[in-house]
Structures are given as structure tokens and as C-alpha cells.
Design a protein around this ligand. Structure first.
Ligand code: A3P
Length: 336
């Protein structure tokens, strides 16, 4: 007999997590929010109180990873949507043809859901997550250090991380989150967003600590964590996608390579193609119970260096200096 989707056990589990959430939330320091009134400071990172903190408690309390899971981790606005489409297309390339591909009628975020808001966002149940077929494709914006050990210690499941030039992240995030900002709050100016970003006060920030957590772990455990940069994906997508296929256990054969399969995937997932699909122009993503995002807002320009068109020379120098200092000695370079 199929298990009930809303079993008493699930209800009990939810209520325990909710209690822990309410208790934790009440004690946390707050900072200015970008799309919400406040962010809360939890174990070194700034999170939205309702969505991110609640999602985190839920994952820590209930999520059971599988050896076959493929996780995508990212700070917002670093190329999550693109990478979701690419990984989904790589994993499912023998199941679907180009004309009946799910990415033509469903947004990348529907094909590759956010683990953080899996239950809260769409009235889905834990059971639904448990019965998803393998390999499950699940994404998170949470920093590595906040993920449960079951996700980070398991050597079998794979984790792909993407980062991006902080100046482009800041501007992309500022434009995106101002659209989600409730009307009763005044718009966040670029100057304010810049100051907050430099202080580390942004969704899942400090940005550099988010990146460094995954960077260091990828050096220690390269079999488990693949660390990618948006700029490399833009510059040499063919090479990165081949590497990605190998890493997630779906390598391209020589026949596939010579038969144009990689190019086909790149074309399907290109900014031009995805952003012009009806589904990505009109549909809405239920990111969480409170947050709805128009899919079209995940596709803006998709360019490298656009942040420089918004920031003053002084801002660029200051942010570059902060990033250089924070990354010093890590062996990682971000932006310029
Ligand atoms: P811009 O705002 O700089 O244009 P995320 O998916 O993490 O929210 O990141 C969104 C950023 O990725 C946006 O950047 C968006 O335009 C860009 N993007 C979305 N789809 C893309 C694609 N297929 N190729 C390249 N960039 C893409």
C-alpha cells in the first residue's frame, strides 16, 4: 500500500522542526534585508528568517541523502539556473529528444528543485522527496558548513558548486531582489546594497565565506565536490560541460562528442534559447510559501562584467580589495 503523503509522522516531524525554528529565530541578531525587512545572523551567515532558516532546520532534521544524489550548491545569482538546466540535460540526455525535452515546457527550477524549500514552498511532503527516482537532482543556497554531515560526509553523492565575480553577483542580486521586495518597503538603493554586501550582509553571505567554504572542501575532496566558475562556463562551455558529465557519473562517449551531443545540450541550455521559451517568459516559481518569482527574472543579461556598468570606479576598487584580502592565501581568484 502506498504510504500516505501526510502521515502523522510527517506532521510530528514538521512540528518539531517548527518549534526548533521558532526558538532559534527568537535569539538571532538581525540585519537589514534586501527582499525582506530583515536577515538573521545564524552561525556566521546571513539568512532570510522565514525561508532560508526554516529550510535549513528542515534539512538538518529530516533530509536523508542517497548515494546517487547530485547536489548543486550556489550563492544566489551565480549561475544556478544555467547549471540546473545543464546538469538536468546531461543526466537525462538519452531519455529525451530535443523536440520533447522537459526543459522546453518546464523551467530549470522545476526540473531541478531547491532542497531548501522543497516542503515549504510547494506544499510537498517529506514522503514525496523520499520517493523521487534516482538520481535525485537537488539544489541548495546554503553554505557548506550549515549542511548536515550526512550530506557532506557521504563520499558517494556528488556536489557541484558554482561561483561568480562578486561585482556581477552584487548587481544581479540587487536588481533581482528589488523586484521581490514588498511594496510597503522603500526600494533598496545600489549604494545601500553595496555597503551591505561589503559588510557581508546579503542572502547567504558573507559571499566570500560561502565561496571559501566550498572551495576549501573541493580541494580536500575533489572526488566529491566540483568547484566551477560562471566565467569559465561562459568562456569554454564545451570543456566545462564535458568535465561536469564525467564528475556526475554521466561521461560523454567519443561517439557522443563527435555526434554533437555536447553542443546540443549547450544550445538547449543557452541563455538565448531558455530565455525565449514561453515557460520561462510567463510561468512563476513558488520558491517558498511567501516567495513567488517570475521565471523570466532568472534571465536578465547573462554576461560577464555587467556589474562594472553599474558600480562606480571607487566601488569596484573597494570590492576588489575586500575580495583580495578575504581570499588571500586560499589560492582562489574571483573577478579582477
Ligand atoms: P545577470 O543578472 O547578470 O544577467 P541564478 O540562476 O543563480 O539566480 O543566476 C542568475 C544569473 O544567471 C543572471 O545573471 C542570469 O541572467 C544568468 N543566467 C541565467 N540563465 C543563464 C544561461 N542559460 N546562460 C548564462 N547565464 C544565465
Amino acid at each position: 500500500m502506498a504510504a500516505s503523503l501526510t502521515s502523522p509522522l510527517c506532521d510530528q516531524q514538521h512540528s518539531n522542526s517548527n518549534e526548533r525554528y521558532e526558538e532559534t529565530l527568537a535569539k538571532l541578531p538581525i540585519g537589514k534585508g534586501w527582499a525582506t525587512e530583515h536577515l538573521v545572523h545564524y552561525q556566521g551567515f546571513w539568512l532570510t528568517p522565514r525561508t532560508a532558516l526554516k529550510g535549513l532546520m528542515w534539512i538538518q532534521d529530516h533530509f536523508n541523502p542517497r548515494a546517487t544524489d547530485i547536489f548543486l550548491a550556489s550563492s544566489p545569482k551565480t549561475g544556478t539556473t544555467w547549471l540546473k538546466a545543464l546538469i538536468f540535460a546531461i543526466v537525462n540526455r538519452t531519455r529525451y529528444g530535443i523536440s520533447d525535452h522537459p526543459l522546453l515546457t518546464a523551467g530549470p527550477h522545476d526540473c531541478f528543485p531547491f532542497l531548501d524549500t522543497y516542503v515549504d514552498g510547494n506544499n510537498r511532503s517529506l514522503h514525496e522527496l523520499d520517493v523521487l527516482p534516482s538520481p535525485r537532482l537537488l539544489s541548495t543556497h546554503l553554505p557548506l558548513g550549515l549542511l548536515p554531515n550526512s550530506m557532506t560526509d557521504d563520499q558517494s553523492c556528488r556536489l557541484v558548486y558554482i561561483c561568480r565575480d562578486p561585482k556581477d553577483v552584487l548587481v544581479s542580486k540587487w536588481l533581482f531582489l528589488n523586484k521581490l521586495r514588498p511594496r510597503q518597503l522603500p526600494p533598496l538603493s545600489l549604494e545601500e546594497a553595496f555597503e551591505l554586501f561589503c559588510q557581508g550582509v546579503s542572502h547567504y553571505g558573507p559571499y566570500w565565506n560561502h565561496v571559501l567554504g566550498y572551495w576549501k572542501a573541493s580541494l580536500e575532496n575533489p572526488e566529491k565536490i566540483l568547484f566551477l566558475k560562471y566565467e569559465d562556463l561562459k568562456k569554454d562551455p564545451f570543456v566545462v560541460v564535458k568535465r561536469l558529465g564525467e564528475f556526475i557519473g554521466h561521461p560523454f562517449s567519443l561517439e557522443e562528442e563527435s555526434g554533437g551531443v555536447v553542443e546540443g545540450i549547450l544550445k538547449l541550455c543557452s541563455f538565448e534559447n531558455l530565455s525565449n521559451l514561453e515557460v520561462n517568459k510567463t510561468s512563476v516559481l513558488k520558491y517558498s510559501r511567501d516567495i513567488r518569482v517570475d521565471n523570466r527574472d532568472f534571465f536578465r543579461k547573462g554576461e560577464v562584467g555587467d556589474g562594472n556598468n553599474y558600480l562606480t570606479e571607487e566601488m569596484i576598487q573597494r570590492l576588489n580589495a575586500i575580495i583580495s584580502e578575504k581570499l588571500l592565501g586560499s589560492g582562489l581568484e574571483l573577478g579582477n
